[in-house]
Design a protein around this ligand. Structure first.
Ligand code: OAD
Length: 249
């Protein structure tokens, strides 16, 4: 009997011994945080080379901070959605070993996931561009009049998130590679898959026989380039369906 794509995915997940998830902006869309690309993506309003690049930041930190404030504002009301919660529950049950996320919104941790690699950093912390001091951003009120916020040393603070043109800290990068190499099944959820280093993960994973499953309403560059199961739909809906299927077993 021919298995449906969904049943095939269930079987792979059930047979997996070390499954991880790689997540992108799409998983947080149902929490009210827009993705970067697509019709309603942030990059339609903010040119990333101007607002979200290290060159743009150095040239005019105040301008970049006006964009960062919008990101901080989005987080005020954002709560984890069913997709974040299901991944956290799967970690607790031992079905999922960890998450690599490109998101800087902290929603995986808020949902209860513990093994999370934030490959693009997060908005939780600020880093001083002069002395390197790291400061927790919780409770800080950013006054748009006094942008950019400054460190006590007189240096300019920036979120501890990777901007275009910046290198990913090597410890974060190597942690990702280790997680990919250990995995026998990877769920790519809500990512366009075009940004480094996520764009290189499928090839690395396939080299050691890892199985790949993508959850996305649209086909992506990953779907087109790599041998993977594509579960078409919103992260919330597809993961809820998968979780129900496991609960029924
Ligand atoms: P993108 O905005 O590039 O892609 C979001 C993906 O989520 C798209 O493939 C959508 O089809 C999909 N999507 C939308 N709604 C969804 C939903 N409800 N459920 C599941 N999928 C959905 O976001 P990322 O791939 O995360 O980097 O972008 C990667 C990086 O590019 C970001 O971390 C950011 C950005 O520029 C930096 O700023 C350095």
């Amino acid at each position: 009997m021919q298995l449906s794509v969904f049943d095939h995915a269930i079987q792979l997940i059930r047979d997996s011994r070390h499954m991880i998830a790689v997540t992108g902006a799409g998983i947080s869309v149902d929490s009210g945080i827009p993705a970067f690309r697509g019709d309603t993506g942030l990059w339609n309003t903010y040119d990333p080379s101007v607002y979200a690049s290290i060159e743009g930041f150095r040239e005019n930190p105040r301008r970049s901070w006006e964009f960062f404030l919008e990101l901080y504002d989005q987080l005020i009301d954002a709560r984890p959605n069913a997709a974040h919660t299901i991944l956290a529950e799967w970690e607790q049950k031992g079905l999922l070993q960890g998450i690599i996320t490109q998101n800087i919104d902290d929603l995986h941790q808020q949902a209860g996931s513990h093994h999370v690699i934030e490959v693009h950093g997060s908005l939780r912390n600020l880093i001083c561009t002069t002395c390197g001091q790291i400061i927790h951003s919780r409770g800080m009120i950013f006054d748009s009049v006094d942008l950019p916020p400054m460190c006590r040393c007189g240096g300019i603070l920036k979120p501890e998130a990777v901007l275009f043109g910046e290198s990913i800290p090597s410890t974060w990068y190597f942690a990702c590679l280790e997680a990919i190499r250990k995995a026998d099944t990877i769920l790519f959820i809500g990512t366009s898959g075009i940004v480094h280093p996520v764009n290189e993960f499928p090839e690395i994973a396939l080299r050691h026989g890892c199985r790949l499953i993508e959850i996305n309403p649209d086909a992506t560059v990953l779907t087109r380039l790599y041998d993977m199961i594509h579960l078409q739909g919103f992260a919330n809906d597809v993961l809820t369906r998968l979780a129900e299927a496991f609960n029924e077993q």
